[in-house]
Design a protein. Sequence first.
Length: 338
Amino acid sequence: MAASSRSGSSQSGTGKKFWLLGGGVLLAIALYTGGWFYAASALKTTVLKAIAPRDQAGVSGECSDIEFRGYPFRIGLFCSKIDVDDNVNGVSATFGALRSAAQVYAPGNIVWELDSPAEIRTSNGLSISAQWTNLQASLATRLQGIDHSSTVIEDLKATAVSSYTGQTMSFDAARTEIHLRQNGADLDGAISVQDANTAIKDWPQIFPKLSASIDLTVAGKAGLIDGSDPNGLNGATGDLRRIVADIGDGKVMTLTGPFSFDEQGFLSGKFKLEIEQLGPWGDSLKQAFPDIASTVNTATKLLKALAGGGDKVSVDLVVDRGNATVSGFIPLGRIPPI
């Protein structure tokens, strides 16, 4: 009897341990599953912020036919269409299908793809339609929001139409890259386009194909990367490390220097402008803007004189609240506010 009693007690203890172990496993699975869906929801919020940066009431982004995939080791978000509405600034947009994913062990590192077409409409009568063959992006989040992001667009074709003026402009580029990152409180940005063409309806096709890149830092504006800075570029200052425009055959223009925007969005700055093949650049400007041909001729002569008669020149480009001049005395025109 004593041996039988000990055996029964042992079996009872083993059974309790089994059920405790099973209950612990089920609890762990439930907690993991809850964490997975929480991470999936955070993935949706982060990707929509990357597509439409916002941090204010009146701005929303919606994911149609949403599906979460990849459980248990991968977090995937799939949508058939993206809709964005900005009631504050009167902008609405639609995009094609979205596919995004992150690893469970690194949910803050996200890759995503967005299909065309895209349609963007503004309350001031501007409509933009765009298509591309491939748009891929990656981003990394930290406690302070999106830390950095990279976007590559292949074969971008876009058309902008103004219902107020009736003007139509088209743009295409073989490859477009956009890289943004938080640098402390500042925002670093690098943008490039390859083999870009711009055409305006009913205008002569005078804009040359070009490749261009821009590298800059905007002070105190790290929040622009995900819309957490509500003021945009108004009141911002920064450093333009380099803008390069290359239209081939050695015709290269480079611009560097500090800049600022006032509260009304007007640009000011003192830049160093370097032009190679000055004569051909002047011919291109006169073709594009025949109304200022005489000004271009005068400027070209003065710049050649500064360059000692050569075709490569380096001058100061001064912008004071949108009014641009070369060396402070050759007017170039007025830059509208952002």
